[in-house]
Each structure stands twice: as C-alpha cells, then as structure tokens.
Ligand binder design. Sequence first.
Ligand code: PLP
Length: 392
Amino acid sequence: MNWMEKELELLAEDSLERFLRDSAPVPECPGYTVRGERLLLNLASNDYLGLAQHPAIIETMREMLLTEGGGSGASRLVTGNRPPYGRLEEALATWQNSEAALVFANGYMANSGVIRALMGRGDVVFSDQFNHASIVDGIVLSRAEHARYRHNDKDHLKLLMNKHRDKRRKLIVTDAIFSMDGDQARLRELVELKCEYGAMLMVDEAHSGGIYGERGEGLCYELGLHNEVDIHMGTFSKSFGVYGAYVCGSRNLIRWLINKARPLIYSTALPPSLVAGVSTALDLVKVDYWRRERLFSASRLFRSSLCEAGFNVINGDSPIVPVIIGENEKTLRFSHALEGEGIAAVAIRPPTVPEGTARIRFSLSAAHTDKELIDAAALIRKIGLQLGVLSA
Ligand SMILES: *Cc1c(COP(=O)(O)O)cnc(C)c1O
C-alpha cells in the first residue's frame, strides 16, 4: 500500500485532495448551513426549490416509517417492492405524460444501470464531454464504444455519427442542464440528429427537473420536445429535496429495465418511507409554481450582480452559476475566503472539470432572498479583488 501515500501526497501538492466535512442543516433557515459553529449562506447545495426541510415531506416520511419500518428488506424483484413504489411510479408516469416510470435508488445507479442495460459490445454511445460521471461509468460498464463529442458541438457529433454509422445500436445521451457549467444542452439539435441517424436519445434532467416546465417536468417539456426523447431520467435528490431517481419512457423500456438493469435487480429497494416522502415532494413540485419563479428571479439577480461586479459569468437562466478561476490552488483559496465571510461555496477542480478551468460553483435556492444574494455578490467581489481574480 506504499504507492497510496505517495499518490495522496501528489494530490495534496496539486491542491486536489478532497476532504469530508460536516455540514448541518438549519431547519428554520433553509438557505443556510452550519459548519463548525458557523452559520453560512449555503450557495453550494442542490436543494434548488428549498424543499429539503419541508414539513409535509417530513411528516409523510415519519408516518410511513412508523407503519412500514426502516428498511425494505430486499430487492424490488424479491419482497422489497412496497406499495409506495407503485403509487409513486403511477404519479411519475402521469406527470411526465409517459407510458411508464421506474424508480431507481439514485441518479448514479439509474444512469449507470440504464446505459448498461440498453447497450453492449458492437454498439455506440454518443456522449457530451461534460456529461455527468454516472453516464460515463454506464458507458464503460456497457462495453459499448464511447464516442465523446465536444461540448454542445453538433458538427463534431455529426462527424462521429457518420463514423459509427454501421454500429448495431446507437444512443445519444446528454445532461439537460450541465452540472458544472449550468448551461443547456442543445436538445433540438440532438433530436434532429437522433432522427437522421436512427439513434435513441436519453436526457438526464438531474439539474432541470422541478425547475423547467409548467409543472416542473423538466427542460424537454419546456422546449416541447418531450415526445422526441426516448429515455427520460431525473433525480429526487436535487429539486425534490429527498433522494432517489426515476426513468420514464415506453412500457417496453420499463419492462426491459426491470429485467436488465442490474442496480435495480441486485440492490435492496429504497426504504418505503423515503419513497413515500418523494411522492409528497412530487405533489409540491407540481403545484408550487412560486418556488420556480422565485428561483429564476434569484438566478437572474445573482448573475447580474456578479456581472456588475466584474466577473465573467456563463450566460443562462439555471440556478448553477460558476465563476471560473483557472488555477486549483487559487480556487481553493477563494472558497476558503468565502467561508471566512460566511458563504459556503465549493471549489470544483479537475477531474470534475477540465484542467485549467477550476471554478467556484455557486448554486441557488428558492429559499434565498434578494438581499442575501446582493450582499453575497458584494463579498464575492471583495474577495475577487483581494485574490487578484478581479482588477479594480
Ligand atoms: C447529481 C447528478 C446525478 C446523480 O444523482 P444522485 O441521485 O445524486 O446519485 C446524475 N446526473 C447528473 C447530471 C447529476 O447532476
């Protein structure tokens, strides 16, 4: 095991070592977190709609915990398929206007399991270079060829699709909103190419579910492309404020996944209390328009405040607002300085993002007020000037 210590030293030297740190929620202030003894404005969470502490969700989970107990005891294919699953899947299929839905334990298992279940040797998966790691791992597990196209680059994708014309099955897969840049996939272009080349299209709505669409259905819905997408995937861990993931699509797709998706087959079903809590979260996501409106107005305000402060902010309307710093060490110092000023924000470094593009990734919540965000932008500017990221 000597190699490990040496490798860890190298990581630390490059400011790339990661540490686990405690963060506690503040139930009465959902936009904050506590680290050590300090209350921090939480600009690092994916609880976009501010639902993680919602009393109705907690109450459902509590009641179900008392009747159904702690764990489900087995895989869904054995005896773990408790009634809350069917109820949630029916509601999900209706919400997404799909024939059927299937709940997975989490987004990582949904992506890795679905891609592996659909694809194999002799197939090809076209995947945006900035797609989530769980998609990449699914492709590796599937043993299909990984055709990685440049971010949102239709011409490059087309080139690769021509090259792989003769492959057996073809799948295009993309994040709807990219998790580290906060920008949108060009879904219309992907739909065109999917049709032209006879490929399947899978969209991961982890960062767009609950946020886009009249009832939070996601970006595909918002753009009117819902019916062109074969495999809809989303999570309950971000906007929903709970945990878990779903896949929606045709009845046959879901039948296939029940038979072939290994994370579903070979892993214990989620606790029934959790699944019931997700149903309550879905009810809230559908009807609480004001949370989406609040989130968009917070995102607009925060983006424009950072632009005015002199930062180069990637355009868009998503609640993910990255500020690219470049060097790992400086990015880490930026994040420590922010914490010193009462703001929790993460330094995102390679390999999560490309070398030389380390960044502070701010993420917003409907729970944040305008004043909190304006004050935060002023503090971010102050630190930017101190660290020489901004010039006066
Ligand atoms: C967070 C995320 C996932 C993983 O979801 P979990 O439920 O946290 O496992 C998958 N895809 C994308 C794009 C994500 O951002």
